[in-house]
Design a protein around this ligand. Sequence first.
Ligand code: FES
Ligand code: FES
Length: 158
Amino acid sequence: MARVSIGLTVNGQAVSAEVEPRMTLADFLRDELGLTGTKLGCEHGVCGACTVLIDGAAVRSCLMLAVQAEGADVLTIEGLSHNGLHPVQEAYWEHHGLQCGFCTPGMVLTAYAFLQERPDPSDEEIREALAGNLCRCTGYQNIVVAVRAAAEKLAGAR
Ligand code: FES
Ligand code: FES
């Protein structure tokens, strides 16, 4: 299949590549760039494990083609943590918001994007914001606690 040239920014770095038009953004990030922090669960847009930020918005990278990211600014979990753990990650760690960790990169990026928009959310708003990210381990309670703690950390840092 003919390959297509794309150019985008990933975690602050300019990236150019030639990809098959059918390659998903998730596969591009993982297989071409080695950014395996982005997880693949369902590959059908259901679980949210593959969530990355595109121009600041949470997107399921299994549902997006790499060619559709032409010109975009992509943030993966590796980019969030390049200077040590981000406060959202610290909060997940401190409040046991993860067990196996498979859902965690998508959860953290979704929470990060949500807290940019809603810096002081209620627990109900946190649950609603994370409703599209499935976790098979935690029962969600500690995730909500962690996101609330992350909001407080970020407020303290402002
Ligand atoms: S792997 Fe993309 S939503 Fe499940
Ligand atoms: S911590 Fe295991 S799936 Fe969420």
